[in-house]
Write a protein that binds this ligand. Structure first.
Ligand SMILES: *Cc1c(COP(=O)(O)O)cnc(C)c1O
Length: 376
């Protein structure tokens, strides 16, 4: 085990899955976005827990992620899952999609034609998901190409579509009018695909009215414990991750002595510092110590909340533990960096970013420890 660890509560993750599922109607299924190594928490462990909680459809971004997930599921005998790849397919990967039973998301006609050609040549039929762009202008068939889908030599003619989907640009802002605009586009553009299940919502969309939910939702961030809109009260989701690291040294400073790179911290009285084994190489951003902008992250040691003292370095950070008694300090061998004292949204806000970037930036050196009833 490395000196810096993530505790990942798989029971909380599964509870979040069930909660999100219960927020939509009886006929709406709930998939899971597990791209970027399950938002940094370990794709295999989170996907297995979600599979046991009833999830049967998983979205990765890239084919390599999907191939590893299929292998992990195969090892565990989890046969029932659909694994879809969001970024679209490269023609040369079609045999891989076929061999690993992966479902490509088709974003433009070239991809549809590649599948058609493969099917003709191999005599097999591959399921595919159609992505229609409704205003994000990032991936999917846009307004300009939509006519293709309904024309006589429509490139989808020979495809076995199992889902038609789109993605909301502003689902984390429930008041944004763009949501209603995209909903209307989605209804119009999917009309020619009667009988094929439809999916529009990521996490944020689940908290929009039921007219947005259709047949399948695709939450990511909410499964991992963060409300998509940090401004809303979280009465639904349980925290999934906390971050802990070893205290590797204690030092006593006289008034006027400095600490860390740039000598940015100066003791204005006798001060005690704890050096902790996590740094920006682990995803603990340097931006978490910016006294000039009143941004100083908080760390919890022996139940007390204390501030950073000095710049975050690559592998280490320093906290001011002057407020702890000798006994408290002796009892503590670890610091908590992310937890109930300082949650994902607060850490993200102090870094000027979103919880997604905090999670997906969690470094490879961190040992991921899984607890909860579903850990195995
Ligand atoms: C990442 C992603 C999701 C999940 O988004 P969250 O905001 O994390 O819930 C859903 N759909 C698509 C197309 C995505 O790329």
């Amino acid at each position: 085990m490395t000196s810096s660890q993530l505790h990942i509560d798989l029971s909380a993750l599964s509870d979040n899955y069930r909660t999100l599922h219960s927020l939509t109607g009886q006929t709406t299924k709930t998939a899971a976005a597990v791209k970027a190594d399950g938002y940094g928490l370990g794709m295999e462990a989170v996907s297995s827990a979600l599979y046991k909680a009833g999830c049967a459809i998983f979205f990765t971004a890239q084919i390599d992620e999907a191939i590893s997930l299929r292998a992990a599921f195969r090892n565990k005998g989890y046969d029932g899952a659909t694994i879809a790849v969001l970024e679209g397919l490269r023609g040369e990967d079609l045999a891989l999609y076929d061999a690993h039973r992966l479902t490509p998301v088709i974003n433009h006609s070239g991809q549809a034609e590649a599948i058609t050609a493969y099917q003709r040549q191999s005599g097999k039929h591959l399921p595919a998901i159609l992505h229609i762009d409704t205003g994000m202008n990032r991936l999917g068939f846009g307004q300009d190409s939509h006519y293709l889908l309904t024309s006589d030599n429509n490139p989808l003619k020979e495809l076995k579509l199992c889902l038609v989907m789109s993605h909301l640009a502003c689902a984390d802002e429930p008041e944004n009018d763009y949501n209603a605009f995209q909903l209307e586009q989605f209804q119009q553009l999917t009309a020619p695909f009667a009988g094929i299940p439809r999916s529009l919502c990521n996490s944020g969309g689940i908290f929009l009215p039921p007219s947005y939910h259709f047949d399948l939702t695709r939450p990511g961030i909410a499964l991992y414990g963060a409300m998509p809109d940090p401004a809303t009260d979280n009465k639904y989701l349980k925290p999934v991750v906390s971050w802990h690291a070893d205290i590797v040294q204690i030092r006593n400073l006289k008034k006027g002595e400095c600490a860390g790179y740039g000598a940015m911290f100066t003791a204005d009285a006798p001060t005690r510092l704890a050096t902790i084994a996590t740094g920006y190489a682990d995803g603990y951003a340097r931006a978490l110590y910016q006294p000039q902008h009143n941004k100083i992250a908080k760390v919890e040691i022996a139940g007390k909340i204390v501030p950073l003292a000095g710049r975050v370095s690559m592998d280490l950070l320093i906290a001011d533990v002057t407020s702890l008694s000798d006994a408290e300090l002796q009892s503590a061998d670890k610091a908590c960096l992310l937890g109930s004292h300082y949650g994902l949204h607060e850490m993200a806000a102090d870094r000027n970013t979103i919880s997604y970037e905090v999670l997906t930036g969690l470094g490879d050196r961190l040992t991921r420890l899984y607890d909860g009833a579903d850990a195995s």
